[in-house]
Design a protein around this ligand. Structure first.
Ligand code: NAP
Length: 256
């Protein structure tokens, strides 16, 4: 399949490792010019060197860094055609007992500043009559995940915003979609399995085995499998897909 991504300019947040890295790698393999951002230049540079990308620093919790990223990436690449909204996951925990400060900080990092970055880069996409905005969300927006209250509560905001934006910009050739990972093998998943083991008094191996038993594919996904979904949505081939959620979960979530 010809993706026509050669020469397209892509910015991937939270891309020094994990899902963001898998997406950056997939886009670079298709010939896109990729900018990788994470909270440290060291992390971004190590990842960027591996995939042939440009490194940037951006903590999605900090609006000044969001503004600077938009400016710096636009200066370096001349614009952004593909924007991948991704970030670190919030701490695990129950719905009860989250402080107002924690809710506000998570909402800033997982929603407000991602929208802010989009607002910076969207006018150029509209002007050029091509754009791809892809949010990394979670299967928790479809089926809430126990002990991940902040994620379950805040990610649906990104979906509601994305679906609304999709209808506003579709006629300009800009699509807005979300990808919902089930369980993809990353450091974040390792940390969640370890926390789950600690909470339930089981070994990490037992926790992982039980989780895999609930996935029809019988295993965790690979970051390259997740990246491939983003590559498709970023491609010209996905031009009539917008306002959608694409699940990448090995069949784990059976409802739509
Ligand atoms: N893996 C899964 O199965 C799964 C399932 C559902 C949802 N998710 C969600 O998908 C997202 C990515 O997950 P992952 O598994 O790839 O996690 P990961 O392996 O921990 O990687 C997270 C990436 O984001 C960066 N990052 C962390 N905090 C950041 C911040 N405040 N601002 C900017 N970048 C930040 C990290 O780099 P630095 O630490 O260097 O900044 C790293 O590059 C998370 O929101 C996670 O909750 C993942």
């Amino acid at each position: 399949m010809e993706t026509n991504l050669k020469g397209k300019r892509a910015l991937v947040l939270g891309a020094s490792k994990g899902l963001g890295y898998g997406i950056a790698q997939g886009l670079a393999e298709e010939g896109a010019r990729v900018a990788i951002a994470s909270r440290t230049m060291e992390g971004s540079k190590a990842a960027a060197d591996k995939v042939g990308a440009l490194p940037f620093v951006c903590d999605t919790g900090k609006s000044d860094q969001i503004d600077a990223l938009a400016k710096d990436v636009t200066a370096a690449l001349g614009g952004v055609d593909v924007l991948v909204l991704n970030s670190g996951g919030p701490p695990p925990g129950k719905a009860q007992g989250v402080t107002s400060e924690q809710w506000r900080a998570s909402f800033e990092a997982m929603f407000v500043n991602l929208v802010r970055l989009t607002d910076h880069l969207l006018p150029g996409m509209i002007e050029r009559r091509f754009g791809r905005i892809i949010s990394v969300i979670s299967s928790g927006v479809i089926q809430p995940i126990p002990n991940l209250a902040i994620s379950n509560a805040i990610r649906p905001a990104l979906v509601g915003w994305g679906k609304t934006l999709a209808s506003e910009v579709a006629s300009f050739g800009v699509t807005v979609n979300a990808i919902a990972p089930g369980r993809i093998a990353t450091d974040r998943l390792k940390q969640l399995d370890a926390a789950n083991a600690e909470r339930t008094g089981r070994s990490v191996e037992e926790v992982a085995a039980a989780a895999k038993a609930g996935i029809p594919a019988g295993r965790y996904g690979e970051i390259a499998e997740f990246g491939a979904a983003a590559v498709f949505l970023a491609s010209e081939r996905a031009s009539f897909i917008t306002g959608s959620i694409l699940r990448v979960d090995g069949g784990q979530i059976s409802c739509t």
